[in-house]
Structure formats: C-alpha cells, structure tokens
Design a protein. Structure first.
Length: 387
C-alpha cells in the first residue's frame, strides 16, 4: 500500500512538472508535436461571428471542406452544420452579420437575439468563437467599436474564447498577415490583442490546402488547453430572456398575419360580385439610399428598366404591362437614413415632391421601400413622413 501511494504521488508530481513545462513553452511560443497530440480534441464546436460580407459562410465551407453554408446571400438566422475534419468531429455555427459602420443599437433585435442564441446551438457550448474579418478591407475605429459591442452581447468573458479569423488571405500576396496587422491602424491591433494575440488567415479560394484548416484547429486546441479544456458557457438567464423575446416576436408576427388576412377577407366580401380589377396602376417608389428601390421596380415590371447599383439622382419613369394591367412605376432619389429632412439636399427633396406629378392624375400607391433586416426603418419612416 505504501508503495502504491508513493507511485501515485510521484505521478502527480511528474504531471505537474509537465504542465508547468508546457505552460512555459507555450508562453515562449514553442509548441511541440507532442503537445499538439496531447491537445488534440475528438470534437470541436465553433461559432462564426462578424460583420456582413466578412466571409463567414465561405469560411465555414472552407473549414468543413465542402459547401454546407450558402454564401453570397445574407444569413438571416443561425445555421448549424457538422462534419469530420482531420480526425475531429466539427460543429460549425454560422450567424447573421451586422453592418460594420453601425453600433449595436442600430442592429435589428432579431439579429442580436440570433447572435446570443448561436452559442446554445452547440451544447454545452462552443470551444471557440471566430470573429471573421475581411483582410482586404480597412479596419476602422468605427468597425472596431461595432465588433466590440456585438461580441459583448455574449458578455465580456467571450474574449477568452475568441480568435480573429482573417478571410481573403490571397489578397495579401507576398505580405504576411503580421505585416498587415502592423500596417493597419491601432483599431485592428487592439482587436488582435483583445483576443490574446490569437489570429489565423484563411484563403477561402484555396480549399485544396488542407493545412490552413488543420493549423486553425490546432490553434483552437491550444487555446482550449490554455483554459484547462473549458468551453465558453453562456449565462442561462440571458439565454432564457432571448428565447422569451423570440417567442413574443413570433406570437406578434402570427397576430399581425391574422389581422392582415382578416382585412383582406373583409375587403373581398365587400367587393364580392363587383369588378375591382384596374386596367391601369400608377406606383411611386420611395425610400432611403441602398434600400433597393430600383431593383424593386425591375422586379415589379419583370425586366431591367431601372439602373440598379448606382444612385438615382432624378426621378425615372418606366411603363409596362404586367398581369393584364398597364403599370407606370416612378423611381425616386433616396435619402441617407441617418439624415433628417433638413439635411437632405434641396434638389432631392424637390424630386421626391415632383414624383407624384409624373404619373397624372396621381399615383394609386406609394411604396416605402426598406431593406429587410437593416434595422433602420424607424428613422427612414420619420424622414418619409416628413416629405
């Protein structure tokens, strides 16, 4: 029995010495192949966070080695995908992005709820949260504040489990990611340091290079080892609050739909037996810049009549026949969402007012166009009503 106790005590001592040696080597930046083997996890749970167009979905596809996330379109809700990569079972959560020039107050409530909910989709919690940054874009102080505010929706503990993931690494050419970080303003350096100087560059166009993904997974495992194998755990009370808010929103949406359906049913009954089909319809499109007015006009007319992607400086009138009706559609200049009507240029205001005279004797409908999920409709409506 004494011998047995002696052996156990000695083993603990050796284990402690090895851990201390490992800590010193990691602090010095040296990670041996033996350490990588010891850190190797059979399962990894990852959440992708970041602004819009940062490349989160593409990064998720690169990590999993196949097309699991739909890139090129907005991610409206969290998406969970799984797969085996480099001997590890991976769970990857893609999340809705936010506008990089917007504060967390400007982000739609549903998007914020999805960001918080993301960590609950890979129970008991993610090992790593990857904040995805497009390395080809300038990282401004405004963007830095936006990243900080959105990540701290998950509490300030999130930074211990976060790694900066740079996408579009091919854009760097012969420049190293370290040189890029140093060349950028202090905003990017702050973010990297806030994440414990943990970062990785990923080339989403070169998925044949499996080493870039393996190296990322090893960095995650090293971070987890430094935390004693712990994962990120969200405050359960906050998660319950988010789920309750989602339930209230869903119930409100159902009530709104029922109300609209009831109104339409009442109108149909009112006009029953009467011909209320109009042979001609006149429509004016109003809204802020980049709301999608020109694209909406093209969709309504069923062909490319308005030039989308460029600013509409003057009212544009287009006509066509759709579903047996002669349509007249007027596109108008947009206003900046953050501007009051007093700040809008006088010429733009004149064009908006004159738009209704371009389809005499007047429009049947004025469409207020807003981009779904922009979070700016309240301000935009205030300006619209001012006109």
């Amino acid at each position: 029995m004494k011998i047995m106790i002696f052996i156990i005590t000695d083993k603990r001592q050796l284990c402690g010495e090895r851990k201390e040696q490992k800590r010193k080597e990691m602090a010095a930046g040296g990670v041996t192949s033996l350490q990588r083997e010891e850190h190797h996890l059979s399962e990894l749970r990852i959440v992708l966070l970041g602004g819009r167009c940062a490349g989160k979905s593409s990064a998720g596809n690169t990590i999993l080695g196949r097309e699991e996330f739909e890139s090129g379109i907005r991610t409206a809700q969290c998406v969970k995908r799984q797969g085996e990569v480099a001997g590890r079972q991976l769970t990857v959560i893609d999340t809705p992005g936010w506008w990089k020039d917007c504060s967390v107050q400007d982000t739609p409530e549903l998007n914020k709820q999805e960001i918080v909910r993301s960590v609950s989709l890979c129970p008991p919690g993610p090992y790593a949260l990857l904040v995805v940054i497009n390395v080809s874009k300038s990282f401004t102080e405004t963007y830095r504040r936006s990243v900080e505010e959105h990540l701290e929706l998950l509490s300030d503990r999130v930074w211990r489990h976060t790694i900066v993931l740079f996408t579009w690494a091919d854009w760097l050419g012969d420049t190293t990611i370290e040189q890029r970080i140093e060349a950028e303003a202090k905003a990017l350096q702050w973010l990297v340091e806030k994440c414990g100087n943990r970062y990785h560059a990923l080339n989403n166009d070169n998925r044949a290079d499996g080493t870039q993904v393996t190296e990322l997974l090893e960095k995650i495992e090293e971070m987890v080892a430094g935390h004693g194998g712990c994962h990120y755990e969200m405050d359960k009370t906050l998660l319950q609050e988010v789920e309750e808010k989602r339930r209230v929103v869903e119930e409100s949406a159902k009530q709104r739909l029922m109300k609209v359906q009831k109104q339409r049913k009442t109108l149909r009954a009112l006009f029953k037996g009467e011909e209320h089909h109009l042979s001609e319809l006149r429509i004016v499109l109003l809204g802020g810049r980049y709301a999608g007015k020109s694209s909406a006009g093209n969709t309504i007319l069923g062909r490319e009549e308005f030039e989308s992607g460029v600013r509409t400086a003057q009212c544009v009138k287009r006509q066509g026949e759709v579903a047996g009706r002669q349509l007249t559609v007027i596109d108008t200049p947009g206003w900046w969402w953050s501007y009051s009507v007093q700040d809008t240029p006088e010429l733009d205001k004149q064009e908006i007012v004159c738009s209704v005279s371009l389809c005499p004797p007047g429009p049947y409908a004025l469409f207020f166009v807003c981009q779904s999920g922009s979070g700016r409709t309240d301000d935009g409506l205030k300006v619209g009503w001012s006109f």
